[in-house]
Write a protein that binds this ligand. Structure first.
Ligand SMILES: *[C@@H]1O[C@H](CO)[C@@H](O)[C@H](O)[C@H]1NC(C)=O
Ligand SMILES: *[C@@H]1O[C@H](CO)[C@@H](O)[C@H](O)[C@H]1NC(C)=O
Ligand SMILES: [Ca+2]
Length: 779
């Protein structure tokens, strides 16, 4: 229940007999859309008798007079849905026609928040310096709580070493459907207790997101009314299967996964997700959350002491994860922080011993003020993202990344590498776009115009072996798929896929410069990386070119920053651009509520038709149809129902009730099912709760254990083995400075849309590593 609704509003609400706000209603209400409830205020001239007559005549319940003057009455109708986006036309007509009714109004939900309640009363809240206004600026969470947003209706799962589900500050928000134990294969994620309490990490992360507020215990979570689950998966043998299963647990139920782990942060590892885990990410963003895409929030890594670079970690540098770095209370780069171009945003965390740390729940029903590292930063961001999702539940995974870019500020964060990119934003390899501001994030989430589907433009720059010099520039004039359906005007992520051999990998610095002049370091010197294996189809990612126009000359710079006699051969270089054809820099500023995508309104001002690419649902224009609805172009369903002047209407229509998501309204059109139901992929139908024995897995919709999945995985492994290692040798002379210029050719950029297709795995780790790799927990 919301603690926010008290005071005057509560009195009024009780008088009117309104229930408290449901999660769905909160989302809508915050988007300033009226929600009609099943209550009417009616003014009659002849008092209670007249009100009783009206109630009997039309089937209302008379709940009595509103003021003691016997004129205004509160009528409720049981046959009307409790929350509706449209007024009830039938009752409106009837009441209008009745000569004894002098005035009436169907009631709508009012959002009223008692302002003083925003500051939680929890005893440790004064120690939560990063959100109690103690430092300026902090994460700006009080402002969001002040608006009544607390994560209600949002589900977050912590992928870690378990969660103490009976902790007094967690139990009430604990969600068993968002939890599982993949170490023991049972539904209970309770951590394994040891004398050294090493399995406390997940419980600590969970409390940052959703510790209860105002319960007189510990502190408060960022989204203290969100539901929280835990996946126990780090306390045992870690395989690609376990990672993939964890990341695809209940993708229609869990909105946000928060993970603070990855390959060893030892400064010499280059490793990323295996085939199945990459497939899990891909499925998550395309199918999770009813097609809006699962939100994977990731800690950028703790390898700072080893001069590690998070671009050598295939989890944080995936475009599908939202990677979060850390800053100390003083606004400094913490000693453990890893710098890399794939970090998107930053939240606070610990620093040196004298710096304050993060306050959260701990094992054995305890509280702690000693949570540290980037592991502490990612859950804070996950909580803030939960607040934004409550404000607008229809944001896609890419919408959220766009919003995070815009809601992050350099603020007082100190770094030597703050630079202004081609669209005027400040960006740093330590902090991404800076400190995330929850107030800004929520404000922008409310009015965000959905982004168009993701396009991908692939440019193969080098495909014959070149011997590398000590400083090599590879230039390429790019058209960004101009004239093709996958033309990109505004960039999101940029990837560079490289295959090269090098005598000492850690000595090679790789940088990329965009046509707008933004320099991004893809990997800096890693003194501990003495590997002679080079990079084998490794993908580097940068977020620093966000919203830039990619047309023109891109320069890749490979520079030997170490031993003079280093040698190497560049085998392949592919530039992969992601983004949309929309010019994101000319979007109107200020309020752009989704209703501004409305093309035609009825006399009441309600929207009837939306501009492409949005779809209409209940008079709202949405970028995607939510779960339980499918998008289609009307005309094929109800021919002759077309509005004048337009050939087709884009609408969201209900699925068959047996489906969770679907592509049509038949029970055979399901694409995913409700929790505990199984999708029959052959027939597109959902089967009721089954699998009691022999199938301990909690979901059937997304597990990568389908026979075809395994077959394909095998195939992919074979492909990797066959094509993974380049076997060519260099031919060009080894000059000091090399400049390679490749002109643009129209049509050379390949056509590929990345939204629907499943691609071959691009990052290749050796077959043996797939199963034996241990993931290191960030502390
Ligand atoms: C890139 O190509 C475009 C179109 O062919 C041309 O106008 C432009 O001058 C080229 N830029 C560079 C730096 O070569
Ligand atoms: C929906 O299911 C029907 C069969 O019931 C099938 O004919 C139709 O093609 C399906 N629609 C889509 C879009 O898959
Ligand atoms: Ca508490």
């Amino acid at each position: 229940m919301r603690p926010a609704g008290t005071g005057l509003w509560l009195c009024l609400a009780l008088t009117l007999g309104l229930g408290l706000v449901s999660p769905l209603a909160v989302g809508w209400a915050s988007a300033r859309v009226p929600i009609y409830v099943n209550s009417w205020a009616v003014r009659v001239s002849q008092g209670n008798q007249e009100a009783e007559r009206l109630a009997r005549k039309f089937g209302f319940i008379n709940l009595g007079q509103i003021f003691p003057d016997g004129q205004y009455f509160h009528l409720r109708h049981r046959g009307v849905v409790q929350h509706s986006l449209t007024p009830h036309w039938g009752h409106r007509l009837r009441l209008k026609k009745d000569p004894q009714v002098r005035w009436f109004e169907q009631q709508t939900l009012r959002r009223r928040v008692k302002r003083s309640l925003a500051v939680p009363t929890d005893p440790w809240f004064p120690k939560q310096w990063y959100m109690n206004n103690e430092v300026q600026p902090d994460l700006n969470i009080l402002q969001v709580w002040g608006q009544g947003l607390t994560g209600q209706g949002v589900v977050v799962s912590i992928l870690d070493d378990g969660i103490e589900k009976d902790h007094p500050d967690l139990w009430a928000n604990y969600d068993p459907l968002a939890s599982y134990d993949f170490n023991d294969y049972d539904p209970d994620p309770q951590p394994r207790y040891t004398p050294s309490n090493e399995n406390r990490h997940g419980t600590r992360c969970a409390g940052e997101v959703a510790a209860l507020a105002n319960n007189g215990y510990c502190g408060a979570g960022v989204a203290y009314n969100a539901r929280i689950g835990g996946v126990r998966m780090l306390d045992g043998t870690i395989t690609d299967i376990i990672e993939a299963q964890s990341l695809s647990l209940q993708p229609q139920h869990i909105h946000i996964y928060s993970a603070s782990w990855g390959p060893e942060d030892d400064g010499r590892t280059v490793d990323g997700p295996g085939i199945l885990t990459r497939e899990a990410f891909q499925r998550g963003v395309t199918k999770g959350r009813g097609g809006l895409g699962t939100l994977f929030v990731w800690a950028s890594g703790n390898g700072g002491l080893h001069y590690d670079n998070c671009n050598c970690d295939g989890y944080t540098n995936s475009i599908h994860t939202l990677s979060v770095g850390s800053a100390t209370q003083q606004g400094r780069v913490p000693w453990y922080s890893e710098a890399c171009a794939s970090t998107l945003t930053t939240t606070y965390s610990s620093g040196v011993v004298t710096d304050p740390q993060i306050v959260t729940t701990d094992l054995h029903h305890q509280c702690t003020d000693k949570h540290t590292g980037t592991s502490a930063s990612a859950p804070l961001a996950a909580g803030m993202i939960a607040l934004a999702l409550e404000a607008n539940p229809f944001l896609s995974w890419r919408d959220m990344q766009h919003l995070v870019v815009r809601a992050s500020r350099p603020a007082q964060l100190q770094a030597e590498d703050w630079r202004t990119n081609g669209v005027g934003r400040q960006v740093s390899h330590h902090y991404g776009y800076g400190l995330l501001d929850a107030g800004l994030l929520v404000d922008m989430a409310r009015t965000w115009l959905p982004t168009q589907p993701q396009q991908k433009c692939t440019i193969s720059v080098v495909h014959t072996p070149i011997t590398m010099s000590s400083l090599m520039h590879v230039q390429k004039n790019v058209t960004a798929c101009t004239g093709l359906p996958n033309y990109i005007r505004s960039l999101e992520h940029v990837q560079v896929r490289l295959s090269l051999s090098y005598s000492r990998r850690g000595d090679l610095e790789i940088r990329l410069t965009s046509p707008m002049g933004t320099h991004s370091t893809l990997v800096a010197v890693r003194p501990f990386d003495i590997s002679g294996q080079g990079y084998n189809n490794w993908i580097f990612m940068s977020t620093h070119f966000w919203d830039e126009d990619p047309q023109g000359e891109w320069t890749l710079i490979l520079e030997n920053k170490g031993y003079y006699f280093n040698t190497g051969t560049l085998y392949r270089y592919t530039l992969l651009l992601y983004g949309t054809a929309e010019d994101m820099t000319v979007r109107p500023t200020g309020s752009q509520v989704t209703s501004s995508a409305c093309m035609r309104r009825d006399p009441q001002g309600l929207c009837q038709e939306c501009h492409s690419p949005t779809y209409i649902l209940d008079h709202l224009c949405l970028s995607h149809c939510p779960p339980r609805y499918f998008s289609h172009t009307q005309g094929s369903v109800t021919p002759g129902h077309k509005p004048p002047g337009s050939s087709a209407m884009r609408v969201c229509t209900s699925c068959h009730p047996s489906c969770y998501t679907c592509r049509g309204n038949s029970p055979l059109n399901c694409t995913s099912c409700w929790p505990s139901h199984t999708l029959d992929e052959l027939h597109g139908s959902c089967l009721g709760p089954a699998t009691p024995a022999g199938h301990p897995l909690p979901t059937a919709t997304s597990q990568p254990h389908h026979p075809w999945g395994r077959a394909r995985a095998m195939l992919l492994v074979l492909l990797v083995v066959a094509f993974g290692t380049p076997l060519f040798s260099g031919v060009l002379p080894n000059t000091e400075v090399q400049k390679l210029i490749y002109p643009a050719q129209k049509g050379q950029d390949s056509h590929s849309h990345s939204t629907a297709t499943t691609r071959l795995p691009a990052q290749v780790s050796s077959e043996a590593e797939l199963d034996l790799r241990g993931a290191s927990v960030a502390f």
